[in-house]
Design a protein around this ligand. Structure first.
Ligand code: ATR
Length: 267
């Protein structure tokens, strides 16, 4: 049997075991996907056990960076983003399927005028993904301006030119932008950006990494703007995990199970 799991702290809320186990069952794949909650202070003691007992695993907060020294091969994007979320135990290979999932889910359209909100780990995966598909210039806004500036410096190293601005300039920046990508947690608990419909008038696309409905998504939809939510990034990173682990991929079935499980989690 092929064994996989997710490691993190906490992990009990993760939908991954339900999704993968149901999928394995439906395709008659002899596999199991479990959960390993590892508190930060136990990480060094537990990580070798994970490599020994599982064929592959996903890594989530707060271990995405700490797993790096335990790997022998790191995919280029994961190295640049500085975070691992998918591991193959054999040969200790590490990947970042967040950027891959973003690329797979980002609509193929005119990519001029991209505004990215946020400067955390998700922003790094998104910005690297954008560079991979050929975007070479974006505007980045963050509440903590210094973090936007450090991302600008980081992105320089792989040929992405960032115009960094504080988040409170969003209304002005939206006058020229065409695509708004939110990588912050704003909206997860119903929080709102200080925006009205008029401010979004110029946009063709809103890509919000949050899985569930947010005020930004709702406003975009009400205006007839194309809205892609975080479920797409999550789904597509999960597809990339299956490919990396060599699990047979029946996309229509995997999509159906993913939608089913995620749909039951929250409205
Ligand atoms: P992740 O790995 O998911 O990107 P993170 O590294 O903690 O998480 O980054 C969270 C991002 O959301 C940051 O850009 C953060 O802004 P700061 O750098 O100023 O902290 C942003 N964020 C979180 N809560 C926010 C809020 N209430 N308003 C604006 N930005 C917020």
């Amino acid at each position: 049997m092929e064994k996989f799991c997710i490691i993190g702290y906490p992990v009990s809320h993760s939908a991954s075991p339900k999704i993968y186990n149901e999928y394995f069952k439906r395709i008659n794949y002899d596999g199991f996907y479990g959960m390993e909650e590892i508190a930060p202070e136990n990480f060094e003691n537990r990580i070798d056990h994970i490599f020994e007992h599982y064929d592959g695993f996903n890594v989530t907060i707060p271990h995405k960076e700490r797993v790096i020294p335990h790997l022998k091969m790191i995919e280029e994007g994961a190295r640049i983003v500085g975070a691992i979320n998918c591991v193959v135990s054999k040969n200790r290979r590490g990947y970042n399927t967040d950027w891959m999932g973003f690329v797979r889910s980002f609509p193929k359209t005119d990519w001029n005028g991209i505004i990215v909100l946020g400067a955390g780990g998700t922003a790094r995966a998104v910005i690297y993904g954008l560079r991979k598909i050929g975007v070479s210039r974006i505007t980045l806004l963050n509440r903590t301006y210094t973090k936007a500036l450090s991302l600008k410096k980081w992105a320089d190293s792989f040929g992405m030119e960032i115009t960094a601005k504080p988040l409170d300039t969003l209304k002005q920046v939206l006058k020229y932008g065409k695509i708004l990508i939110n990588t912050t947690s704003v909206g997860m608990r119903g929080e709102k950006f200080d925006l009205s419909m008029k401010d979004l008038e110029n946009l063709n696309l809103i890509y919000d990494v949050i899985y569930f409905k947010t005020p930004l998504q709702e406003m975009g939809k009400a205006m007839g703007i194309k809205v892609v939510d975080g479920k797409e990034m999550l789904y597509n990173q999960a597809v990339e995990n299956l490919k990396i682990w060599d699990v047979p991929l029946v996309e229509s079935l995997f999509r159906e199970i993913f939608n089913d499980v995620m749909g039951k989690m929250r409205s």
